[in-house]
Ligand binder design. Sequence first.
Ligand SMILES: [Zn+2]
Length: 247
Amino acid sequence: MAHKTEALFRDDAYLRTAEATVVAINERGGIILDRTIFYATSGGQPGDTGHIERGDGSRIAIAATITGETKDEIIHVPAPELATLQVGERVKLAIDWERRYLLMRMHAACHLLTVVCPFPITGAAVFEDDSRVDFDIPDASFTKEEVTAGMMDLVRADHPIFTRLISDGELGANPGLVKSKNVRPPVGTGKIRLVCIGENASVDSQPCGGTHVKSTGEIGEIHIGKIEKKGRENRRFRIRFGPMPVN
Ligand SMILES: [Zn+2]
């Protein structure tokens, strides 16, 4: 039976610590809690790492976080050492905040890229130092410099980033919200989480379950490191932190 973990990071991506209760340990040693601040790998964003602290102060390193039988079941994968947690035990959670914050900045930067390049998305992967978004672009007339300038205008404007829940019906009435070419947001659960940028979502809104910073200014300086051709109409844009290197 799959458990339903309360995903605290959905309402507050800035939680670095929290308390929780152990609900189950699965057959592979994965730890399932009633609630968590650990984001589980999905939507191109890698899961969190960090540790779980027991009542006696000992720590269990968490090497990865994944979803289980359903998207609502979050499994904390301990580092190889034997975890001896008991069901019902109260624990303290701490994520590797430096890593997560880089991922939040990068993930938000990916959204900005989809504003500057308004084309169907065919894939995306967020990493701490280099992220990529693939687009279906028939005419590849973009330059790294132009796209970087467009993204940095949005960063400097320091637009708010926030989430909003809409119904399946609202999404159906606004098909333009979905930018992904192959992946449709799950419908039938009643509510879809939109990530919005700008006052009244004036800059962008799209379905996303990931973690993002709360304003575009927090992303800081970024640039397009590379635009690669992947197939006839596919272009892969790589986002990196810092100013564009001078050649
Ligand atoms: Zn997102």
